[in-house]
Design a protein around this ligand. Structure first.
Ligand code: ADP
Ligand code: ADP
Length: 226
């Protein structure tokens, strides 16, 4: 595990669009940070810079003690959960979970141990032999999270992971993520539009506006104080 330090991060896209205007956030080891704010305020740009999917125009990004500005996404020791959980349709749940580890030269018995542990936490242990199409939407989203968990990363990045689910499932999966957060205690950066998700999950909320931090604090500080 590790904290994440954003030191005056900036992103200027082609056409001189300044999407992120020098944002600094010190994410503690094990802390769950939720990023909220109106569409276009820079949430996904910020998350993608941390993931390494977008170049950093200016500023410094540390994961643990390591400056990672120029480190490839795969070498950043982070795992990202997307809203479009792209599972491999022809592979069993087991192999969907194991696939990323098989490519990393992790021994077979270690892979099996990690897959079983993640499956137990997510309560998908009975479905390991099924194909994704034989699963419900919620079970699929759990497999997608399982793929992040088995990597045992220093941090999780969530890009609106629940926004494609129906309202009932969203509530259920929100509690699931909350449980995960308690059990694993992994540093997390979570982007959402949903105020309930933000309030339930966040240790600290970061409200962005126009590429800048407008407010930062506990959910109570941000939502309940005048
Ligand atoms: P959010 O995730 O909060 O909706 P984004 O990070 O997607 O915000 O976008 C922030 C700003 O950057 C917006 O003004 C958006 O139009 C702009 N932007 C996002 N991606 C690109 C891109 N690839 N090229 C140019 N501008 C972009
Ligand atoms: P493929 O779709 O690649 O042919 P297999 O079902 O043959 O997948 O499994 C490949 C390996 O993954 C097996 O050798 C086994 O070790 C492991 N595996 C697959 N399913 C399970 C499972 N349900 N429990 C434990 N290991 C499994």
């Amino acid at each position: 595990m590790a904290g994440i330090k954003l030191n005056t991060l900036r992103k200027i896209y082609a056409g001189n669009v300044e999407a992120v205007k020098g944002i600094s956030i010190d994410i503690q080891d094990g802390e769950f940070i939720v990023l909220v704010g109106p569409s276009g305020c820079g949430k996904s740009t910020l998350l993608r810079m941390v993931a390494g999917l977008e170049t950093i125009t200016d500023g410094e990004l540390f994961i643990g003690d390591r400056l990672v500005n120029n480190v490839e996404p795969a070498d950043r020791d982070i795992a990202m959960v997307f809203q479009n959980y792209a599972l491999y349709p022809h592979m069993s749940v087991y192999n969907n979970l194991a696939y990323g580890l098989k490519n990393r030269n992790i021994p077979k018995d270690e892979i099996e141990k990690r897959v079983r542990k993640a499956a137990e936490i997510l309560e998908i242990g009975d479905f390991l032999d099924r194909k994704p199409r034989q699963l419900s939407g919620g079970q699929r989203q759990r497999v997608a999270m399982g793929r992040a968990i088995v990597r045992e990363p220093a941090a999780f990045l969530f890009d609106e992971p629940l926004s494609n689910l129906d309202a009932k499932l969203r509530v259920q999966m929100r509690m699931e993520i909350k449980k995960l957060q308690k059990e694993l205690g992994t540093t997390s950066l979570y982007v959402t539009h949903d105020q309930l998700e933000a309030m339930t999950l966040a240790d600290r909320l970061v409200v962005l506006s126009g590429g800048e931090v407008e407010q930062i604090g506990s959910p109570i500080d941000v939502y309940e104080k005048p």
